[in-house]
Design a protein around this ligand. Sequence first.
Ligand SMILES: C[S@@+](CC[C@H](N)C(=O)[O-])C[C@H]1O[C@@H](n2cnc3c(N)ncnc32)[C@H](O)[C@@H]1O
Length: 453
Amino acid sequence: MEGGNYQSPRPSRGSPRTKQAPAVRVLETLAPSPESLEVISALAAAIEEAAPIQAKHRAGLRGDIRALWEELTSERESRSVDYLGTPPALSAYLRYFLPWNVFRLSSIFSNADFCLPDKAIVVDIGSGPLTLPIALYASRPELRDVPLTFYCLDRVERVLEAGQAVFESLCMRTEGRLPPWRIVLRKDGFGSPLPERAHLVAAANVFNEFFWKDKNPLGERALDTGRTLLSYLRENGSLFVMEPGDPRSGAFMTALRAAVASEGALPLGPCPHAMSCPMPGIYRHLLPPEETRVIKGDPNAAPSRYVLPPVVMPKKRDKMPWCHFGVDTDKAPAWLLALSVEAGLPKERAVFSYLWAARGAMARPFAGMPDPLHSSEKERRARVGKGILVRVISEPFALPDSSSGQYACSSLGYTLLKRPRDASPFEPGDLLEVTASPLLRNDEKSGAIILPT
Ligand SMILES: C[S@@+](CC[C@H](N)C(=O)[O-])C[C@H]1O[C@@H](n2cnc3c(N)ncnc32)[C@H](O)[C@@H]1O
């Protein structure tokens, strides 16, 4: 990547967790750091200062939150473009959705192994009230001293301006100063040009707003979306997308993952491998298989350069699993939990799907792990004896033989982690390095590869 000093990633990987068996190391977890939780706690006061609620709207806040939640979670294809432009909706977004989205993003950013060079350029698509810059500020304190430029792009100017006021108030409360960040607000739509390309292109909770309006096949639309996203990115840069935790968004994420991979940006997270996705929901393929064959035969004609290699998939069923995570909310600020209850939206887990991908120099393999792309399934199975990366997806559940299971993802594909019932379970989202016997078998019920831990 061009110029500048890299901020070293947090030493989040490699610390053994003593309660686990020696063959398992927890390398990464999905949870907001204590520092980020402190900043999220201060959001209530920052929002009150930057965008005080009018007395006539205070009594209706709970109802406004509920109404906006219904609007945002409905699968309606048409939502008013300016749905955040009215004072009650904006106030509801700032007080409920902004803090929960900062919580979700912080649980990813706090532990993710990513870095930004000095003077890095970040593009945030559908920035809303600057949720993503606020989450980076909260969860990566080392970036508070680094000059960065953020292009915050949104169709609605008022929400961007409100977000900037909240951000500044929050920074003053946290450190008594603003970070050396240049924040450029752009009232514009996805796809509109920007003056420079970014080291990091990000988008949170935005594609579910318009992706499904188009009736073309899912794979084709994912290719269009992926190409537009990558048009904002430098040759050596990374891409981050988070969407709400619903099955449709989960399938979108798998389709987008395949699309950006076909354009040279390989997945880094949550995926512990760059093979095809074993939890694709309703997603099947980027292009119809017959077209993919033609493309493979003639790379020059290829809209698709690279098709991800297959892995073990779940047993055939009506609804394939879709990749998503739920983070415990017990450490969220008390005011946010209370407001959620008041609005009739109590939250035990903050759920989402996400994707990191990178191309060029940023697309580094996981430290110490051989490139899974260029190995056969037999070689990948043999690798298990030396340690493979596994991302835990589900909560624990009881297995018939009185052991405990958790679904997970690995370079082998759909994976079932099996452990003694009395062993402490992993958290959904944990990234593990598992060293087990390479003599593996498949679970009859789910089709998953059984990995003893
Ligand atoms: C649910 S909000 C998400 C805001 C913020 N990223 C977050 O995570 O809290 C979606 C935002 O995307 C914006 N948006 C929707 N479609 C857009 C488009 N085509 N181009 C730019 N912004 C868009 C909306 O105005 C809104 O502010």
